[in-house]
Design a protein around this ligand. Sequence first.
Ligand code: HEM
Length: 506
Amino acid sequence: MILEVTLSGLVIILLCLYLLVWRWEQKRFAHIPKAIPRLPFFGNMRELDLNQCHVIMTEWAQRFGPVYRIKAFDEEILVLNSFDSVHDALVVKGSAFAGRPPMYRTATHQRDKHSIVWQTYSDKLTFLRKEVLKSLKMYGDGMDNLEHKCAPQIKVMVDTITKHNGQQFDPWDVIYDAISNVMLGLTLDTTFDHSTQKFKMIKDINYLFNDTFGAGSARELDFLPWLSRLGLHKYSKKLQRALTMRDTFWNEELKLLKARDDTDCIVQRLLKLTTDNQSQVHDVTELTAKEVFTNLILAGTDTTATALTCLLLILIHEPDIQEKMWSEIHQHVGVNRLVTLADRVHMPYIQAVLLELLRYTSHVPLAVPHYTMCDTSVLDIPVPKNMTVYINLWALHHDPEHWPEPWTFKPERFLTNDGQLLPVTDPVRRRLMTFGAGRRVCLGEALAKNRLFLFATALVQSFEFQRAPDETNTKPQQLPKMDPRTYEMGLVLHPQHYQLIALARY
Ligand code: HEM
């Protein structure tokens, strides 16, 4: 009897506490409009297919306005869907929105304390960003350096494609391998033969991280960490495997790098930092170097390799665009040397194609989740401290008010009437935010744009890409659609695998 009374009392107290917390939570978020009604416990998870959430959230923006909140299990999330709201948050109130939310996936192995991507806004983050940016500038701004690092990989890529001799193949591996080796060159000053175990290992690590750190269904690990701790979620084991493989790779490479004194690469610079006084203040250790290396390899490979495979898919669907790119290369460079970054000014059409590629496909549709560092506001709507914020770049880049016919691939949007590239200050260019903006803007933006240009021009200069024939060899094979609404979600959005043929231009 006493036990029953005590238990009932406990249940009532817990219920009252729950209601108090619930009311307090409701008050905190009261000013932010809700999207659709929520279910107890699940919130909006029933409607929110995590693999298509950027598309669903964009539809909700049309119904509920550009700023609203959703609930993922017990977490309230602010979603910003328009240029004005994103600009206000990331640029005007930059530091207030520069945090990263605590997440189960990033807390394991202290990734949230040592990496750049997953660390919240802090003095250490600012310090690390500055240092890594300095190292990246060797390549991003130092154009000769980047061309020098890319040229051998471009040659391997072109030679490998040439060996297909007009027969159909899937372009993914050859592009991915080349981009991956450029990243290994920049970070570790090493490259691997594509057939080696080591190279397969770094590819597997990247694939596993892509699967487990994306905004897709692996995000459930953060919303329901107890499922993961009990090993009950389908992604828990994958996550562990990714981290273990990464550690093995890192330990082996670190030993080799430490034995060398003839190299200047990003990891070497990070290791040097661990011994300087200022770094000790920020607790920069070998663990920091490992995490930053992982960030760069992952962010620097999948994004660019995916962009290039999307580009080829688009060029097969749109042969006129491919021809215009080719004629610009033919006219200004010809075929006897690679296109360089200095040639870029003479190639407004190609630059416009690449900008349109970044808008149309919006490879990182929800950026990386942000977190409010203090009580703040967006477009005058009060937003409390410690709230997760999704930046819906997908919605921004397909807003018909600013991008007429948003699902049509139109490089001309970025050109003046006489075919010149719009200046960076033009409102159209300013509305393109593929790399985010403000304090957490992509660290590799300059590098990514330069490398994309070098690889895209090399591909179009060397080959004419066409649809592969079907099994009967009589008509063209069915291709996946180029429409990015059909792409699959991982860390980045990517199209289904497809086959093409590449006919040598010379
Ligand atoms: C087409 C290529 C790329 C795209 C579309 C892209 C896009 C993005 C986006 C949207 C973010 C999140 C910004 C935010 O949180 O608001 C980001 C962050 C980041 N990117 Fe990229 N990126 C690309 C290439 C690269 C490359 C080549 C590197 C490495 C050299 C890189 C390194 C990073 C890092 C380290 C961050 C985290 C910055 C931070 O949290 O402070 N990215 N990128």
